[in-house]
Write a protein that binds this ligand. Sequence first.
Ligand code: ATP
Ligand code: IP8
Length: 257
Amino acid sequence: MIILKLGGSLITDKSKQFAVREDVLERLAEEIKESSKEELIIVHGGGSFGHPIASKYNLQEGFKNKEQIDGVVETRRAMNELSRSVINAFHEHKLPVVAIQPSANITCKAGRIDDIDTGVIKKFLELGTIPVLFGDVVLDKELGFCILSGDQIVTFLAENFKADKVILAADVDGVYDKNPQKFDGAKLITEIKSTDDGILDTLKTRDGDVTGGIKGKIEELVLLAKKGVPSQVINAMEPGRLKKALRGEEVIGTVVR
Ligand code: ATP
Ligand code: IP8
């Protein structure tokens, strides 16, 4: 089984609110269609649909006041809209995708997944469909609600379903020593070992990104690697890279093991 995260940086333009990259979705659908026939679960991020609203209402801090409820509703609505774009584009390319709404299927405790109905996901896989989940605002036993990142869903499912492969597709070639979109001379880190804790200190969280940006992602992947599941971060803005990664061919990127 492969678990694939389609990052918000890939499927949306994070510099503009509600900017879905339709052309990229079309190409990704083709690449998935042409790749291996292994079982697949897709999780996508919030990009310019989820993060700006969640940040505006401070949803990452959990329930603090009633004014945030508008933000909960708007975030849910925005994530459903982004999910609909993904599902529509992929279905047009004959991928048997089924959206599974995390806010109706997952509960957290202090921001970590506490309760999830994996039986539903398993049954949809058995039917031969591709379950599609996404980062979302979900109920939290301690915080009232929380922002659950797609990255956490990926690592939870990878461990639970004993995935053979975890691919995180973004708009950069992998993890660099500094943000390659801001600094010249940033160096690609091709391998991160789970014992390499120092790496996390060098990475910065992105402004306005309520789930910690690239740093939050690597924190999740390091936890997963500690449990024995390796993963890779690749740049799926480059045509062909996702298809190669899904087929198990060598691709430029960062491996976390
Ligand atoms: P989302 O959380 O919306 O799903 P994503 O999973 O695609 O998004 P981001 O959290 O946006 O991923 O992380 C990728 C972005 O992180 C890149 O577009 C880049 O601008 C930024 N970035 C910051 N620092 C680094 C770094 N050291 N290495 C690589 N990318 C970095
Ligand atoms: O983009 C966050 O998920 P991520 C989703 O995978 C929201 O970190 C609602 C901001």
